[in-house]
Design a protein around this ligand. Sequence first.
Ligand SMILES: [Zn+2]
Length: 165
Amino acid sequence: MEVAESPRFIVDHNVGKLAKWLRMMGYDTLFFSGDNDSRMLALAQKENRVILTKDTQIMRRRLVTKGQIKALLIENDKPELQMHQVITTLNLDPQFRPFSICLECNQPLRERSQTQVKDLVPPYVFQTQSQYMECPACHRIYWRGTHWQAMTRKLAGFMNNLTEE
Ligand SMILES: [Zn+2]
């Protein structure tokens, strides 16, 4: 499927786990929790977002069949395999813009200096990390710690041997 160079997404609630992974890769991704398919389609069209869903009804909508809205039907139940399908079908780059979007609220993160976060992070983090990012919405502080590294490794794994867990 052909998508923009920096595609943006709407993740339907039935494949909600995809949102965090896409944000981790740096893709602007909305999570749609409602049941109103028409609202999701309107939002996708207005903001030029690719819909990711398990709902075959969406795929039959005229705007989708005519190609005015791009939508990808997710086939698998396992999030790992869902990610593999999205990455390979849309030719996404797992290293697109890592560490750039809040995993919780999809806001672009802002750089913070070590001194700015001194009182906001645990002392052992402050001592070992020099690069920090902050979400302007929820004020969560991000750093490239062990959790982040584990997620990055998992992301890379989506591209490789998927049976190895
Ligand atoms: Zn946030």
